[in-house]
Write a new protein. Structure first.
Length: 183
């Protein structure tokens, strides 16, 4: 088996039964903590798992070439921040749309959009929390505000207080999202 990490051939010591074991060994002993795996090519084809531990199903005898591409964690974090304006803008527009639906008493449609919005919003906060560590950002106060308003929004939804939920989305969250670009 030929293994390339960022174009440089490398060898592994030990006995491996499947692709997952090989990848774990590479992550543990071949890739620095400042880098993350960005691409995996198996036998000349792009590879990604469709479900957890799919790599266990690929026997070592079926692997001829394994190419791993890494990237710097800081570069990914910076790229995310540089492109986050569009994400914040979309979330802000979504919050305003959902707010309008709640105000028009279209609760079913509003809740349908709200669930998707809330998932995206939580993912965004998580990405910023992770990016904060990578980029050594000092955005604790703004992230805490974004998390606090999320809790208030969920509480309003649980109480089925649609007007309060609409107010929180439009008058509290939307301005936070618009100001979040300076994180």
């Amino acid at each position: 088996m030929k293994i390339l990490i960022d174009g440089t051939e490398t060898t592994l010591s030990g006995s491996f039964g499947n692709l997952e074991e090989v990848l774990q060994e590479i992550l543990k002993n071949q890739i620095s903590e400042e880098k993350i795996v960005w691409t995996v090519r198996l036998n000349g084809e792009n590879y990604s798992e469709k479900s957890p531990h799919d790599a266990r199903k690929i026997r070592i005898d079926d692997i001829y070439t394994l190419e791993i591409g890494t990237t710097d964690k800081t570069g990914i974090g910076r790229s995310f921040l540089e492109n986050s304006g569009m994400i914040f803008d979309n979330l802000c527009k979504s919050a305003e749309k959902i707010s309008g639906l709640f105000r028009m008493s279209d609760e079913k449609e509003a809740n349908r959009h709200f669930v998707k919005f809330l998932e995206s919003y939580r993912d965004l906060i998580l990405m910023f929390r992770q990016g904060e560590d990578i980029l050594e950002l000092d955005s604790q106060e703004k992230l805490a505000s974004l998390e606090k308003i999320a809790d208030e929004i969920i509480a309003a939804q649980e109480k089925e207080d649609w007007i309060m939920l609409a107010d929180l989305l439009e008058y509290e969250l939307a301005p936070l999202l618009k100001g979040a670009l300076s994180l």
